[in-house]
Ligand binder design. Structure first.
Ligand SMILES: CC(C)(COP(=O)(O)OP(=O)(O)OC[C@H]1O[C@@H](n2cnc3c(N)ncnc32)[C@H](O)[C@@H]1OP(=O)(O)O)[C@@H](O)C(=O)NCCC(=O)NCCS
Length: 169
């Protein structure tokens, strides 16, 4: 399987925040953003592996900045690391000022998708070769996040999380 680059999975989704998608403070409802990120990440993962993909984990989402109704929200997703069948998708969420067009980073999200066949059995995906400094940084830290996610899901014994343990060494 040929190694691919993060840029080949780049997926950009831009949409408005409508009144029905907000909380009582007239800011975007968190679940709405999670759903948009899930769809964007799913397309991104599919572009990397060209297989059926399913969401395995929402690893991290930071709701750092409220997104007011009427905002134009852009989610940019790339595969940050591909393992055997799992892919980590790293997303940056931007909002843009109506008058100046200036973009502000509102949130980040990290999801894990798994490529499967028609029976739902995991299948191998192409490896990925990060190119930019940011891509390399996200690639390097992805194994730690995978191990943490597996521990939280009860699928890995913390004793086996070698990469994670290095953080505390
Ligand atoms: C995700 C799923 C395919 C994993 O299947 P599984 O039988 O656990 O298979 P495996 O244990 O071989 O895991 C497959 C890969 O996913 C990774 N993985 C599984 N659970 C994970 C988690 N919680 N966090 C991070 N990675 C995870 C494994 O480490 C493995 O990675 P690798 O093959 O790259 O090494 C299966 O659990 C599933 O179908 N879940 C439901 C998915 C779904 O319906 N999503 C929508 C929710 S509404």
């Amino acid at each position: 399987m040929r190694t691919k680059f993060p840029e080949q999975s780049l997926t950009i989704a831009t949409d408005l925040v409508l009144p029905g998608e907000t909380n009582p403070l007239n800011n975007m409802f968190g679940g709405e953003l999670l759903a948009r990120m899930d769809k964007t990440a799913g397309i991104c993962a599919r572009r990397h592996c060209r297989r059926i993909v399913v969401t395995a984990s929402v690893n991290h989402v930071a709701f750092n900045k409220a997104i007011p109704v009427g905002s134009v929200v852009t989610i940019e997703a790339k595969v940050s690391r591909a393992f055997s069948s799992a892919m980590e998708i790293y997303m940056d969420v931007w909002i843009e000022d109506r008058e100046s067009g200036h973009r502000t980073k509102a949130n980040e999200g990290i999801y894990t998708f798994v490529a499967v066949d028609e029976t739902g059995t995991p299948v191998r995906v192409p490896k990925i070769a990060p190119q930019t400094d940011l891509e390399k940084q996200r690639f390097d830290s992805a194994l730690r996040r995978k191990q943490l996610s597996l521990i939280l899901a009860g699928k890995m014994d913390p004793k086996d999380a070698d990469e994670l343990k290095k953080l505390f060494a």
